[in-house]
Design a protein around this ligand. Sequence first.
Ligand SMILES: [Zn+2]
Length: 300
Amino acid sequence: MSAIWLGFDTESDVTRWSAEPGLAIPPEVLGEALAAAERLVEILTRHRTRATFFLVGRLLEVAGTDYRALLVGHDVQCHTYSHHIIHAGHPGLYPGHPVYDLPPEAERSVRRGVELIEEWFGYRPEGLCAPGGSPTGLRGQPEVLRILWYNGIRFVKSDNLGLPEAPMLPSRIHPYTYAEEGYPDLWELPGVGWHCTLTLPRGPVGDWPPRSVVPGGPLVDHPPRTPADHIVWVKQELDYVRAQGYQFSPSWHPWSLYRFDPQMEVVDFLLQYAEEEGMPVKTYREVWTELTGEQDFTSG
Ligand SMILES: [Zn+2]
């Protein structure tokens, strides 16, 4: 049965702000990130729903008190310390790019991200969302998997960039393990659905090639312009995944949803759709515990 895996890549607008330690985050950028998380939590509370927040460690260094107050009781997992890319294969970003970390920097970013969540939330996260995502997950990347494994990561969301002909679908829809790389107990929980950062305009819309929202769907010749447009877009995605029996596990970002619509109506819509259609809403940790039989200590 289709379900919604509800998770949010929780960062600030990384296109404007590099997470270098010592570099001040502009107050308006941090303010937007916090206001977005606040609005989101308010909607989740109203729907009595928990979500996963894949949190960038750097934000805890500068606003740990605020994030802890907001997110305690939710499923907080790791989005690295710096949000630099830690894996090969991200389109457009390559080793040598300023926001690209190779080992040992990648190891430090994962370890520090994990430590900060433990410091502020009292448990070590077992999940990690790979910044930037990947069209093939972390397959064939034993060095990255080793870093994750030895830092206690047991489930990862990285297979979440679709091919040009089906951009909302990962290379493999269903959870899988990295047994072939030597990590049979490290799970991939793939992302199905459009990244909000790829659909919502951040500024003036330049060239926007017509595309279909779902495989085989009609072409759309402009990005969502209003919250109502975005809801129509997401409804197409939801109807599609339900018909296919897939999960809906998009890469949504509080700051990006909030900048497009400070009311974040699309989140309200999503949760209402789930209620009306009887789609279970799960955190990523819940999905992982169902697969492995581990305890979910983050709930209750
Ligand atoms: Zn991210």
